[in-house]
Structure formats: structure tokens, C-alpha cells
Design a protein around this ligand. Structure first.
Ligand SMILES: *[C@@H]1O[C@H](CO)[C@@H](O)[C@H](O)[C@H]1NC(C)=O
Ligand SMILES: *[C@@H]1O[C@H](CO)[C@@H](O)[C@H](O)[C@H]1NC(C)=O
Length: 284
């Protein structure tokens, strides 16, 4: 009875574990309206937005991991709880120094949130039905009595991988943009990336105008053979006064060709059968 028990136990634990591991997470892959999106090439990315509040500046840093939970940094007190997928940390800056301790740490969307808080996916299209990207809504826990959520619009941009970041001085493109944080509860971000473009099945375009290597090869081979035959015939005609089939160079060989091929094939078949017979299989 023991094997049966352990088998059903492992089966039970598998059944119990399965829904937990697939719970509510956005793993970078999603399907909406029959279109598949794959953002697994993207990595954790941040965008910082500044609000001047003379004499201080409030800097809010939004960080998102498109494939799972954000990494937990050891010995760092200001961070979102383990399992968070989109996190905002804001700090007050005086002069060029941040205050000790964060103003706010707000998680939007966690891979450990219950099933009914799963992220929502909606495809975005223009009037001509062309795919603009994917709208992913993360539903977070509450913060200050307000249920938080983050809308991340993955927008198709063939020019950007989505990993682009500004340099240390804050110059350069950031593929991730902060749009708004409405009513202290809905954060909206835009992420421009080629991975949000609808994949068009790549049919190799027929190379018009230019001939491929193979075409050239055939044409040149044909010309060489033709030149050989013409020159050879002319040579035989002049030198030996040949006529008809005898005009062709190597006319003997050409005439024998069918027999040569047949002979070659027969030898090949014999060799094949011979070695096969030695293989050690005996008929029953
Ligand atoms: C924003 O937060 C992320 C994750 O904690 C960090 O790696 C990044 O350096 C921060 N960016 C700025 C400009 O502080
Ligand atoms: C994205 O989805 C949210 C709901 O999840 C919706 O309120 C919002 O209008 C959508 N935005 C676009 C551009 O489709």
C-alpha cells in the first residue's frame, strides 16, 4: 500500500502547489485578443520622476520587473515587500542629498496576490486595427486605505529594445516613462519596446532585382558547358571532319553514359546490401 500512498501524496501536493506557483504573476508572456506577447527579454527597469517643492525635491523611483518579483536587496530597509512586481520608492532631497529614510514605499501588484487580483491584459490598437501594444494592469495591495494599481502600457516601438536607460547625469532616452499617479492610487507607466510589436510571420521576401548566388551559379555553369560543347564541336569538325553525334566532344563517353550510370547504381546497391547482410540480423 505504501507506494500508492506516497504516489497520491505527491499527486496531492502537486495539485496543491500548482495553483500557488501560477498565481497572479505576470511572467513576461501574455496573450490578448489572439496576439501573443513576449517580454521575457526585458529586465528590471526604473524611472525617476521629480516634484520640486522648494526648497526640497521629491524624487519618486518607479521600478518594475516584467518577468516576476523584484529582487530583495539585503540590509535595505526602504523596499517593497518580497513578491512585489511594481514598486515606487520616494525620497525627499535637500540640496544634493536625500533624507534618511524614504517618504513612501508603495507596492503595486505582487506575484503573491490572490487569484482575483491577477493582472489584466488588454490589447491596444489604432483605428486601422494595427497593434499598438499591450496594456497590463497590476492590482496591488492597499496603501493608506486606497487600493493601488499600476497600468503599464507596453508600446510598440521598433527602434527601441526597451532596455534603454539614461546615463548617470539623467541624459539620454529612457524606454520607460512615468505618465501619472492619479488619485494617489493609479500609477501609469509607458514602456516603449520592440517586443510590444505584433510579430509578423517572417516570410522571406522574394529578392527582386538581384539574382541569388544559386541562379548565377546555374547560369555560369550552363554557359561553360555550352562554350565547351560549341568549341569542342568546332574543333572536331575542323580537325577530324566529324559529323552528327561525333561532333560532340567525348562523344564515346556521352554515348556510354547511361550504361555507366546503371553500372554505378548496381554497384552501389550491391555494396549497400552486402554490408546490410553482415549486420547480424537473422530472419525469423
Ligand atoms: C531606482 O530604484 C532601483 C531599484 O531599487 C535602483 O536600482 C535605481 O538605482 C534607482 N534609481 C535611482 C535614480 O535612484
Ligand atoms: C488599460 O487597462 C485599464 C483597465 O485595466 C483601462 O482602465 C485603461 O483605459 C486601459 N488603457 C488603454 C489605453 O487601453
Amino acid at each position: 500500500m505504501r507506494p500508492t500512498t506516497s504516489l497520491s501524496l505527491s499527486l496531492l501536493s502537486t495539485l496543491l502547489l500548482l495553483p500557488i506557483s501560477t498565481l497572479a504573476a505576470f511572467t513576461g508572456e501574455a496573450e490578448a485578443d489572439g496576439v501573443k506577447f513576449d517580454f521575457t527579454q526585458l529586465k528590471t527597469h526604473s524611472v525617476v520622476v521629480e516634484h520640486k517643492q522648494d526648497p526640497t525635491v521629491l524624487k519618486s523611483n518607479y521600478t518594475i520587473n516584467p518577468t516576476g518579483k523584484l529582487e530583495v536587496i539585503k540590509d535595505e530597509k526602504d523596499q517593497c515587500p518580497d513578491g512585489t512586481q511594481v514598486c515606487m520608492i520616494s525620497r525627499l532631497w535637500r540640496g544634493d542629498k536625500p533624507d534618511d529614510g524614504a517618504e513612501k514605499v508603495i507596492p503595486f501588484g505582487s506575484i503573491e496576490s490572490p487569484k482575483d487580483l491577477e493582472p489584466e491584459y488588454t490589447i491596444m490598437r489604432d483605428e486601422e486595427k494595427k497593434v499598438l501594444g499591450l496594456n497590463v494592469t497590476f492590482h496591488g495591495p492597499e496603501y493608506g486605505d486606497k487600493k493601488q494599481s499600476a497600468i503599464v502600457k507596453f508600446l510598440c516601438d521598433p527602434e527601441l529594445t526597451g532596455l534603454e536607460e539614461p546615463d548617470k547625469d539623467g541624459k539620454g532616452t529612457n524606454a520607460l516613462k512615468f505618465i501619472s499617479y492619479e488619485g494617489e492610487q493609479v500609477a501609469t507607466l509607458e514602456w516603449r519596446t520592440k517586443y510590444a510589436c505584433e510579430k509578423v510571420l517572417e516570410t522571406p521576401a522574394p529578392s527582386q532585382g538581384s539574382w541569388g548566388f544559386f541562379t548565377w551559379f546555374i547560369v555560369i555553369a550552363f554557359l561553360v558547358v555550352a562554350a565547351y560543347l560549341i568549341f569542342g564541336s568546332w574543333f572536331n569538325y575542323n580537325k577530324y571532319g566529324a559529323r552528327g553525334w561525333d561532333l560532340l566532344p567525348h562523344s564515346d563517353t556521352l554515348r556510354d553514359l547511361p550504361y555507366l550510370i546503371k553500372d554505378f547504381l548496381r554497384r552501389a546497391v550491391n555494396t549497400f546490401q552486402g554490408s546490410g547482410g553482415r549486420g547480424g540480423y537473422s530472419a525469423i
